[in-house]
Ligand binder design. Structure first.
Ligand code: GLU
Length: 313
């Protein structure tokens, strides 16, 4: 058995958990429990504008109802600004960042190539500003902070990793995202920086999360390398999609835990259906989370699905 696995569940409290969030939480929990490891709960309430009152309390209550316990935390990102600022200073002092004055409209208007998945790349508008230009603009405009990524042909910007679910992956920062934000112009730290600092300081060595974050992984690994942190193992679990291929989201009210808990006495039906999508339960079987621990392995998950799995509402 693999010892000393330290995993985490890191929800953003922007609304009630839906079936897709529960699936990611269940996989993170199983990844740790099946290895006899430790689970950290971290509430990603970094952005004050994205918070919903009550969401955190409901989240903790929903995890309890599901039987998904944790060993450490909850930690709150809103209380950890000083460690993010310290990491940002380290990057700034080494000349790896630059201030970006682009407004949302300017970013939108700039013609830049697009990454393979259609995300616009930063056009580099503020990359070459002189210290004088920076000083002048900073008098009247708030600025964000971007991290300079290596040029396309520089091997330092080619990030390769082996995902427990998705297999080997290589991303080139200059082509997949370009210079990316580490601090927003309203002063809020970017998710990419906060998550890397937290995972490192909390000793996380296994990151389990939804496949929608696969594209962030290269940026996070690059930040880990710059800051001298260990690289965790990654497992990007499939997203749940409706039978018509549409991704489930918080808008599907019938799949949020408020609705589910109003109809189901316990979590067994939901957990059974989620486990069945990756072959850990028979169709129609009702299970408790602990019953899945001995059935779980990353090989089984990988054999069933990569990017998405169909979930019947
Ligand atoms: N807070 C993110 C979310 O709820 C997850 C971040 C992560 O797992 O790295 O989507």
């Amino acid at each position: 058995m693999e010892h000393n696995v330290v995993g985490r569940f890191a929800p953003t409290p922007s609304g009630r958990m839906h079936a897709g969030n529960v699936f990611a939480a269940l996989m993170a929990w199983l990844g740790v429990r099946a290895a006899g490891g430790r689970l950290v709960l971290r509430i990603e309430d970094l952005d004050p504008r994205a918070q919903r009152p009550e969401a955190t309390r409901l989240l903790l209550d929903d995890l309890g109802w599901l039987g998904l316990d944790w060993d450490e935390g909850p930690y709150y990102q809103s209380e950890r600004a000083d460690v993010y600022v310290q990491a940002l200073h380290t990057l700034e002092e080494r000349g790896l960042t630059y201030p970006c004055f682009c407004t949302r409209a300017e970013l939108h208007a700039a013609t830049a190539p697009h990454a393979s998945d259609g995300t616009p790349l930063y056009a580099g508008t503020c990359r070459g500003l002189t210290p004088d230009e920076v000083a002048q603009r900073a008098r009247t405009r708030p600025f964000a902070t971007r991290l300079r990524v290596p040029e396309e042909d520089d091997p330092a910007g080619r990030i390769a990793f082996d995902d427990l679910v998705c297999g080997p992956h290589t991303q080139t920062l200059a082509c997949d995202c370009g210079d990316f934000l580490v601090r927003r112009s309203d002063g809020v730290m970017a998710y990419q920086l906060a998550v890397v600092v937290d995972d490192a300081l909390m000793g996380i060595n296994q990151v389990v999360r939804g496949n929608d974050l696969l594209g962030s992984t290269a940026r996070q690994i690059y930040l880990q390398e710059l800051l001298g942190y260990e690289r965790p193992t990654y497992a990007h679990v499939p997203l749940l999609v409706a039978p018509d291929g549409r991704r489930l989201s918080k808008r599907d009210r019938d799949l949020d835990l408020g609705e589910i808990r109003a109809h189901d006495a316990g979590p067994e039906r939901l957990l059974g259906r989620l486990a069945a999508t990756v072959g850990l339960a028979e169709p129609g079987e009702q299970v408790r989370a602990e019953q899945l621990v001995e059935r779980f392995s990353w090989e089984r998950v990988r054999a069933c699905a990569r990017e998405s799995v169909v979930f019947q509402a």
